[in-house]
Write a protein that binds this ligand. Structure first.
Ligand SMILES: [Zn+2]
Length: 445
């Protein structure tokens, strides 16, 4: 369906991202709520007890918003007084009866052609158990960054593609809390009004929700009924949307500045310091790699990790580009993941250049290079590549076995096998085909 069609679908997203922080947004409790015992990480602030005053806003969250903005080409709101607002609603998961949220930190970003209206920080609510009527406040006060897009996605598949790429960026930046990435509200409209599906936390669920909402609105239109604004939830098991009469329907947020907490500033010095440290943009770099001849899957693998990109960008002009790409895709990423290495691997750069060149020149085969890489990462005695230079080894064996060389030149085929055997004995990791190729080139001269 085209963008200008009478029934064109428009989709907008509100993406709540859980940034990786030690503590909650306004208190010192651990923000690590996933898999924890009920009400383990709580205090008087994040449970809204009378008289409890919030601490200063967690600075890490602001720094993370600035970093993210850099990758979304956003405009960072440079202001001396950014206010913290109270957004009021009543629900058992919200002990204060209001949620604290900042004014927008970022405006006018763009990702994959879709405009991003704003990003702000806010605190999450607790976890209300309908069945038992209990609340677990471990999540209460955990920081969220909410990113709001303009309704500029025009189909389910386009939205999914957008989210996959966005998740790829977040994973690359190691941005999100382990075990909690994002939860998303999706607005779908075909006509004048929209349906909003709340709290979707997997790309698969979003795909289903969009499909169901499109069907629902189309059916109403076909019946000549009016579409009214609705807040919906996805029932995964029954594969249907249900209407909720919960906080979002009845909320009158009455945003008011929080008198308990001071405003904060974002200045250019802070922005500069963060942007200077920012890694290479993975999507731009992926395009560059593809333009230079790497397959999409190879470029995609390299650009999935900061340390791979950093190392590859330094070495790939100093050794064979395509061999390096494949070696990173097939082995470097895997060996690092196996050892849980996510920090810089620049100490490997010179070593990688050397083994990749040796591979390209067929002096060593791939498995030999992998073995050396493993040894290097495990701190085992390193192979000295120069001593293992296959050509030198072959030359020495030929010098010691002049008679066999003469016999081969006189037509005795067995002499070749004898020589290959001798070479293989001392170079067990080398392929017979490679040995034979180099050997023939030498004895035919
Ligand atoms: Zn707390």
């Amino acid at each position: 369906m085209g963008k200008l069609g009478e029934c064109s679908m428009k989709i907008g997203l509100e993406i709540h991202i859980y940034p990786r922080t030690e503590s909650k947004l306004f208190c010192a409790c651990s923000a690590d709520y996933v898999g924890k015992k009920g009400n383990e990480n709580i205090c008087e602030i994040c449970t809204g007890q009378p008289g409890a005053k919030p601490l200063k806003l967690n600075q890490t969250v602001i720094e993370q918003a600035i970093e993210l903005s850099h990758f979304l080409h956003g405009t960072i709101v440079e202001k001396k007084q950014i206010k913290i607002l109270r957004k009021h609603y009543f629900y058992p998961d919200l002990p204060n009866n209001f949620q604290r949220t900042t004014e927008p930190l970022i405006i006018q970003g763009k990702f994959r052609g879709v405009n991003i209206r704003e990003i702000h920080a806010e605190e999450d609510a607790g976890d209300y158990d309908f069945e038992h009527g209990t609340v677990n406040f471990n999540r209460s006060g955990v920081p969220l960054l909410e990113l709001v897009t303009e309704p500029e996605l025009y189909s389910g598949p386009e939205t999914i593609e957008f989210l996959k790429e966005f998740k790829y960026l977040l994973d690359y930046l190691e941005f999100c809390r382990t075990g909690a990435e994002f939860k998303i509200d999706v607005n779908v409209s075909i006509g004048a009004e929209r349906g909003e599906i709340k709290n979707l936390n997997s790309i698969h669920d979003i795909e289903i929700a969009i499909e169901l909402e499109e069907q629902r609105q189309k059916m109403l239109m076909a019946q000549g009924k009016k579409i009214v604004r609705k807040t919906l939830h996805l029932d995964r098991k029954a594969r249907c949307l249900f209407e909720s009469r919960d906080k979002e329907d009845t909320a009158d947020y009455r945003h008011l500045p929080d008198p308990d907490i001071a405003s904060f500033a974002i200045d250019s010095k802070m922005i500069e310091a963060i942007i200077q440290q920012a890694p290479i943009h993975p999507l731009n770099y992926r395009n560059q790699l593809i333009q230079k001849g790497l397959a999409f899957s190879t470029a995609q693998t390299i650009c999935s990790k900061k340390n791979l990109v950093k190392s590859f960008s330094k070495i790939s002009s100093r050794c064979d580009f395509l061999t390096a790409g494949l070696f990173f895709q097939k082995h470097v990423k895997h060996e690092l993941e196996y050892r849980n290495i996510s920090q810089s691997i620049e100490f490997l750069n010179e070593f990688l250049i050397e083994i990749i060149q040796k591979m390209k020149e067929k002096q060593i085969e791939e498995m030999q290079a992998v073995e050396w890489l493993r040894n290097k990462l495990d701190g085992k005695t390193e192979m000295k590549i120069s001593e293992n230079n296959l050509e030198t080894a072959i030359k020495q064996i030929l010098e010691k076995n002049e008679q066999a060389v003469l016999d081969y030149r006189n037509g005795k085929q067995n002499s070749l096998n004898f020589l290959i055997g001798k070479i293989k004995q001392e170079n067990k990791n080398q392929k017979v085909e490679i040995i034979q190729e180099i050997l023939l080139a030498k004895i035919k001269n």
